[in-house]
Design a protein around this ligand. Structure first.
Ligand SMILES: Cc1cc2nc3c(=O)[nH]c(=O)nc-3n(C[C@H](O)[C@H](O)[C@H](O)COP(=O)(O)OP(=O)(O)OC[C@H]3O[C@@H](n4cnc5c(N)ncnc54)[C@H](O)[C@@H]3O)c2cc1C
Length: 492
């Protein structure tokens, strides 16, 4: 075990991948990074003993910038030297968690349970939660969960967490009918088990409440961490040149382009390489409010609240968010969240930050036509929505996974957590954050044990991920499908 971990570091980490040179001597060099002045960099100076006292033996050298093109970023990812922290772990370490989605928040909470302080940085302008987004449009108000819609529980550790949220009134069971809607309006309901849960008042309020009682987790938001620099035994974080503090270890709790860019010059080539293997789908979201209830016909006359749509090219999911979140509300606009299929979004992908108006109109038209087709309505008969908003989730859901709860690089004192490590849902994100927190706490407790004992997932292969276009919901299948599975099991 020890030999294999070190041999990996010696052959892949210390040398640029393009220069295959058989190295036997493991001389972990200090990295060469550009760095701005980091004096007084903690946002809130800690009264605890300063960690500056514990410096790594390495020298800090300045290196010129490589520019920012994609090719150059790729080159940097694979050519960068591995950072290796040698300073002893401080008595009161602090971890930077970059990303305040479910995985990052749960990581912070679990670090606190283990007595470790952390700071969560998140870009969210309106709140925490990442892909647990809720949009409230005043003055009516209209309300939409515009990413995660609901979740199920499969793992008992996540179950304990959800029980605590139920006790605190942060989540509740969604009793509305869910099922599959076949093009033409044929609706097949799911059985009521397994239970599905929603955030009371939406998913974002759930995320925003998770840290409300935490005393050892600091939140900095909105904050977009743009640089990670190892220096004098600590990670120094900055946002567009502004220092954001120094930390004993870092957790990257986000993925996609942002993470790839951040990691491309971080001195964490193994982590960067694993992150780059992740593939993500895109999904268009159409939020639409209708004055009247949608006209459900035929077998779709069952008043469902959520449906996985089948047989429609551009719609994979629809849910009545008003019914889901305010079930007692009798009148007023009906807020529906519609999601495209991943295939449709792939064919109609544009830069997420700058969506052309023509594309917005095209996607809206196509998706509303898709809804009509799904419900079995004649073309053009769907009532005009009183409010619409189109949004592209450019990095929506993982389509491959290493199937490991987290990745940790002990030499670089850096880890990754997120849904994609285990699957594609809120539960996977929570379990990942939980597991990484425990691992980091164990690592700290060990006082920086030999690296090979704590290296996790740095070379793990990825497999394709199965599931719905909006994630995995274990055990949630139509009775028809469950009967088919049962029949299959009986015949084999
Ligand atoms: C359209 C859609 C529908 C979905 N539906 C469901 C569903 O019904 N049920 C379900 O269980 N799951 C669903 N999911 C999946 C679910 O939302 C995710 O699995 C889960 O929320 C992922 O959490 P995470 O912490 O891994 O990542 P994220 O939620 O993506 O959190 C990452 C956070 O990091 C922040 N960040 C990124 N870069 C930086 C930076 N440089 N500095 C600071 N912060 C940064 C981001 O802004 C974000 O807030 C859906 C996802 C999508 C897109």
């Amino acid at each position: 075990m020890a030999a294999s971990a070190y041999s990996f570091y010696s052959t892949l980490v210390l040398q640029p991948l393009r220069t295959p040179k058989s190295s036997t001597a493991v001389s972990l060099k200090t990295p060469t990074f550009t760095c701005t002045s980091l004096a007084n960099s903690n946002p809130k100076p800690s009264k605890r003993p300063t960690m500056d006292a514990q410096k790594s033996k390495g020298k800090y050298r300045r290196k010129s910038s490589h520019g920012t093109s994609r090719r150059s970023a790729l080159k940097k990812t694979f050519n960068q030297e591995q950072v290796s922290f040698t300073a002893p772990i401080s008595d009161d370490p602090i971890v930077a968690i970059i990303g305040g989605g479910m995985s990052g928040l749960i990581c912070g909470l679990n670090l606190e349970k283990r007595g470790v302080r952390s700071t969560v940085f998140d870009t969210g302008i309106h709140g925490l939660g990442g892909r647990m987004g809720t949009r409230v449009v005043n003055p009516q108000p209209l309300i939409f969960d515009h990413a995660a819609q609901f979740f199920t529980v499969n793992d008992s550790r996540f179950g304990e967490l959800v029980d605590a949220w139920l006790d605190k009134g942060l989540v509740r069971e969604w009793h509305g009918t869910l099922g599959e809607l076949e093009v033409g309006g044929q609706f097949v309901p799911f059985p009521s088990a397994p239970p599905r849960y929603v955030g009371v008042n939406g998913m974002r309020p759930l995320a925003d409440s998770l840290l409300s009682q935490a005393s050892m987790v600091n939140v900095v938001r909105p904050s977009w961490i743009s640089k990670l620099e190892p220096f004098n035994g600590m990670w120094h974080l900055s946002e567009n040149g502004e220092p954001r503090g120094k930390f004993d270890a870092i957790v990257v709790a986000h993925n996609g382009k942002c993470a790839n860019r951040l990691l491309s010059t971080s001195g964490l080539p193994l982590i960067a390489k694993q992150m780059k293997r992740l593939e993500l789908s895109s999904i268009w979201a159409l939020l639409a409010a209708f004055e009247d209830p949608l006209p459900l016909r035929g077998s779709a006359a069952i008043p469902f609240e959520g449906a996985f749509v089948k047989g429609v090219d551009c719609v994979s999911w629809m849910a009545n968010n008003t019914k889901k979140l305010y079930s007692s509300q009798g009148s007023g606009p009906h807020c529906w969240t519609f999601f495209s299929t991943a295939a449709y979004a792939k064919r109609n992908k544009v830069p997420q930050e700058n969506i052309p108006t023509a594309t917005v109109e095209k996607v809206k038209r196509a998706m509303l036509e898709g809804v009509e087709a799904a419900l079995g309505l004649s073309k053009g008969s769907l009532q005009k929505p009183v409010y619409t908003r189109v949004q592209l989730w450019g990095a929506a859901l993982p389509t491959n996974t290493p199937s490991i709860p987290y990745i940790f690089d002990p030499l670089g004192r850096a880890g990754i957590c997120g849904d994609w490590l285990l699957g594609s849902n809120i539960e996977a994100a929570a379990l990942s954050g939980m597991a990484l927190a425990n691992h980091i706490a164990d690592y700290f407790q060990s006082g920086g044990a030999p690296a090979e004992e704590f290296a996790v997932g740095l070379h793990k292969d990825f497999q394709p991920l199965e599931g719905h276009d909006i994630g995995q919901f274990p055990g949630l299948e139509s009775e028809k499908k469950m009967n088919e599975v049962q029949a299959y099991q009986l015949t084999v």
